[in-house]
Design a protein around this ligand. Structure first.
Ligand code: BGC
Length: 403
């Protein structure tokens, strides 16, 4: 254990997801939704950050920032463009990404499903389809066999997010946009992961995680496997404690219970949600908000880790934590405070093995498009030129000192 409370071998990293950075991900369901008219999405992902071609440059940046790990996702829609047809070329591409990490002593942390899926899987119903767990596990097995050298595997990113989001995204969309989306998908909106039904997530979603874990473990017995979860700090106004507890039991507990056989839980914490006596839940009154409208609350991370470790013994890895906004000085302060809270949680007994900042790059923030910026590194939308922001130095200093 080092002076600031971080264990030896602690992973310091940054994270991205394929669809948000690669560009040209034309065969996935999200691309279809982006091009529906009218669209639920603010703009299409297009070339995104062109990471499909610039991965070596990006991995070099990770290494130059003194980080020892990089979390990225592999794209099912590229690897299995049609049911049962595995693309060797796509697997070769991701093998080169893994090798580029290893060549720079950066541990590659792979996510197998980060919200997107092949269009054919959406047409079959997505996570709601009876054979989703088997099909997903089959793809995971192929990928794990091909990708020697991964350090950790995350099966499904934020499996609980559709439960947490409820009907937030669908309900704010105009009926024409919903209809256009269903036409583009060739399936009900619920076949897109972010809009999936709670029952499908709790049934097939959890089953798919377990099946994927088994498939990856069979190919790569030494690799630690887990899922990542969207975990808000849950707080309550006086008199609303039972509402807060109900949220915790519904939104998080079933997933944390299911992670008991995993090697780690991926903690993804951005902010805090306050339950109110009138039934609402949202940012604290008068709180400073980020551009996403979330409470600017870096302390949330330590609080969440403390809450989990009191009840669930599985080791934790912070697979995402970040600040959306254009004030990069504030981003640096956010990182420092979040990591400080994490150090206190570790001192208090939480078994935390890594911290990944979201995101390495400014990227495609799903329905909100490119306007929301989380990156340590800015990306020029015309030239794709990368510019390292000062907040990256804050993370570099913490990572270098492991303290
Ligand atoms: C997701 C990322 C997303 C980030 C910020 C997480 O829910 O895993 O894909 O960009 O939060 O909204």
């Amino acid at each position: 254990m080092s002076r600031g409370g971080f264990p030896a071998g602690f992973l310091w990293g940054a994270a991205t997801a394929a669809h948000q950075v690669e560009g040209g991900n034309v065969n996935c369901d999200c691309w279809a939704l982006e091009h529906a008219r009218p669209s639920l999405f603010a703009e299409p992902s297009g070339d995104a950050a062109d990471q499909y071609h610039r991965f070596a440059e990006d991995i070099a940046i990770v290494a130059d920032l003194g980080l020892n790990a990089y979390r990225f996702s592999i794209e099912w829609a590229r690897i299995e463009p049609e049911p049962g047809r595995i693309s060797t070329a796509a697997l070769d591409h991701y093998r080169r990404c893994v090798e580029a990490c290893r060549a720079r002593d950066v541990a590659p942390v792979l996510t197998f499903h980060h919200f997107t899926q092949p269009r054919w899987m959406a047409r079959l119903g997505g996570v709601g389809a009876a054979d989703f767990p088997a099909r997903f596990a089959d793809y995971c097995g192929h990928a794990a066999r091909a990708l020697d050298g991964m350090a950790l595997a995350c099966t499904i990113n934020e499996l609980n997010l559709p439960v947490l989001a409820g009907r937030y995204f669908q309900d704010r969309a105009a009926p024409e946009a919903r209809l256009a989306a269903e036409r583009a998908l060739g399936a009900p909106l619920s076949s897109f992961f972010l809009f999936a039904e709670e029952s499908a997530i709790l049934g097939n979603g959890l089953a798919a995680h377990a099946a994927a874990r088994q498939a990856i473990r069979a190919e790569r017995p030494g690799v630690a496997i887990g899922m990542t979860l969207a975990l808000s700090e849950e707080a309550a106004e006086a008199g609303a404690e039972s509402r807060r507890d109900t949220r915790r039991e519904r939104l998080y507990a079933p997933f944390l219970d299911a992670a008991r056989n995993d090697d780690f839980i991926g903690v993804q914490t951005y902010s805090r949600t306050v339950s109110r006596a009138n039934g609402d839940a949202g940012p604290a009154d008068g709180a400073r908000l980020t551009t996403m409208g979330w409470e600017d609350r870096p302390e949330a991370l330590g609080e969440v880790c403390r809450w989990i470790c009191g009840r669930w013994p599985t080791p934790l890895i912070v697979t995402e934590n970040g600040y959306p906004g254009d004030d990069d000085r504030r981003r640096g302060a956010f990182i420092a405070t979040a990591v400080d809270g994490l150090a206190s949680a570790i001192t208090g007994g939480a078994d935390v093995r890594g911290y990944f900042y979201w995101s390495l790059l400014d990227n495609f923030e799903w329905l909100f498009g490119f306007r929301q910026r989380f990156g340590l590194v800015g990306v020029d939308r015309t030239t794709q030129r990368r510019t390292i922001k000062p907040s990256a130095d804050v993370l570099r200093t913490l990572a270098r000192a492991n303290a």
